[in-house]
Design a protein around this ligand. Structure first.
Ligand SMILES: [Zn+2]
Length: 90
């Protein structure tokens, strides 16, 4: 019979639980479709979507070349659209 004392040794060591955020990091940032510079997230804007009448957030994206884009936050697979009112989000 082996000794039961050894079981807890491995489990307790070396695993620190850090909160991991599933977020896009900077090196994974989308590029500006206009000038190919990396886009920076400009936050979220709550808007109404005519398509389905729902209030939905858009994520804003800005590049160093002052292009402003946005996309539906719940549809990350859809392409970026030109933000028609960039001056509102300066
Ligand atoms: Zn740009």
């Amino acid at each position: 019979m082996s000794n039961c004392d050894s079981t807890s040794n491995t489990a307790a060591s070396g695993r620190r639980s850090r909160s991991v955020r599933v977020r896009r990091m900077t090196d994974d940032a989308p590029a500006c479709p206009e000038c190919s510079q990396p886009l920076k997230s400009g936050g979220l804007v709550l808007t109404k979507r005519d398509e389905d009448g729902r209030r939905t957030c858009r994520s804003l994206w800005r590049c160093a070349g002052r292009h402003t884009w946005w996309q539906w936050a719940d549809r990350p697979a859809e392409p970026l659209e030109v933000c028609p009112v960039p001056e509102l989000f300066r």
